[in-house]
Design a protein around this ligand. Structure first.
Ligand code: IPM
Ligand code: MG
Length: 365
């Protein structure tokens, strides 16, 4: 199989973690007889520096012309003072909207080898953490009208939160379909005790539920959900929620699995050309020091093979290689046990050595 992958290293640790993911993809290509072409795309702060905007149209075109897009991370201190519409994050939002990837899938699954890295009590972790957040990605408050103006002598800022029925319905369907392939439990998360958009959300979810009688639908208010994720994460199978709630809950969900550095994500729309990225940010504080965890990006590449290219055994090979490396005790700083007794048998490695170890494991058998 030949595929053209658009690659966006981005800012901060982005280039380092992407480098490792590309090496892993090349090793997969070699092992399974595929060929991947990588086309580099500038987005984020680096694109602002080079082109004066976070995602020039020509760069978006490169992504749209590809078979799929792999992204590191964007943003950083350096661009915090640029006007809102030019921020590095705007590039990412333009890319998501431009690609039409409305469905963002963020798994929260604990690796048994990292159970002790979870900040939750062992008794809670022992009940299992394995759920998926299906986040609506190109609507809601992220894409609403916004303005900042002076009214009666003071500054006023407005961000609008809009959802149409059809936007809710298409993400709702992904939620139900995802649950159908798992344990058939879907929790719809909203704030219907306050927001109109959430009341519409809830109504649409219940209408859809009639078409999916095999899936058990429940509703949960977002504040309660934030609490339940740390109190009893084992209750969740699939969560479906709007853009901003999904942003917040997915950070929380990742943390209880040990480290945000481990979590991949996929974003898909109506075509197979998806956007794959770790859910963490550009971590400028540790950039350039070869200490970042590349696993979230490597696992995002595995998701790309599975969901965009239908290469299931290749995706599994990457996931198994990651699992082996964890079995062997290799840990980047974010997942290195702090207590001496737990650290026994573990070896601290940097970003590139972690990549090498994954490739080594991939080449075995
Ligand atoms: C994420 C990030 C982005 C988001 C930022 C960088 C715009 O936090 O992917 O979760 O809020 O969607
Ligand atoms: Mg986020």
């Amino acid at each position: 199989m030949h595929k053209n992958i658009a690659v966006i290293p981005g800012d901060g640790i982005g280039p380092e973690i992407i480098r490792q993911a590309l090496l892993v993809l090349s090793a997969v290509a070699e092992k399974f007889g595929h060929s991947f072409t990588f086309t580099e795309v500038d987005m984020g702060g680096c694109a602002i520096d080079k082109w004066g905007e976070p995602l020039p149209d020509a760069m978006l075109e490169k992504c749209l012309a590809s078979d799929s897009v792999l992204l590191g991370a964007v943003g950083g201190e350096k661009w915090n003072s640029v006007p809102g519409h030019l921020r590095p994050e705007k590039g990412l939002l333009k890319l998501r909207a431009g690609m039409g990837v409305y469905s963002n899938n963020r798994p929260a699954k604990i690796w048994p080898q990292l159970a002790s890295a979870s900040p939750l009590k062992a008794s809670i972790v022992a009940q299992g953490i394995d759920f998926i957040i299906v986040r609506e990605l190109i609507g809601g408050i992220y894409f609403g009208k916004r303005k900042t103006e002076t009214v009666a002598g003071e500054m006023v800022a407005v961000d609008e939160l809009t959802y149409t029925e059809s936007e809710i319905e298409r993400i709702g369907r992904i939620g139900f379909e995802t649950a159908r392939k798992r344990n058939k439990k879907l929790c719809s998360v909203e704030k219907s005790n306050v927001l109109d958009s959430s009341r519409l959300w809830k109504k649409v979810m219940h209408r859809l539920a009639e078409e999916y009688p095999d899936v058990a639908l429940s509703d949960m208010l977002v504040d309660n959900c934030a609490m339940q994720i740390v109190k009893n994460p084992a209750q969740f199978d699939v969560i479906v929620t709007e853009n901003m709630f999904g942003d917040i809950l997915s950070d929380e969900a990742s943390m209880i699995t040990g480290s945000i550095g481990m979590i991949p994500s996929s974003s898909l729309g109506h075509s197979t050309c998806g956007l794959y990225e770790p859910i963490h940010g550009s971590a400028p504080d540790i950039a350039g020091r070869d200490i970042a965890n590349p696993i979230g990006t490597v696992l995002s590449a595995a998701m790309m093979l599975r969901y965009s290219f239908n290469l299931e055994k290749e995706a599994e090979a990457i996931e198994q290689a990651v699992s082996k490396v964890l079995d062997r005790g290799f840990r980047t700083a974010d997942i290195m046990p702090q207590e001496q007794d737990e650290a026994e048998g573990c070896q601290l490695v940097g970003c590139s050595l972690m990549g090498e170890k994954i490739i080594e494991a991939l080449r075995e058998d």
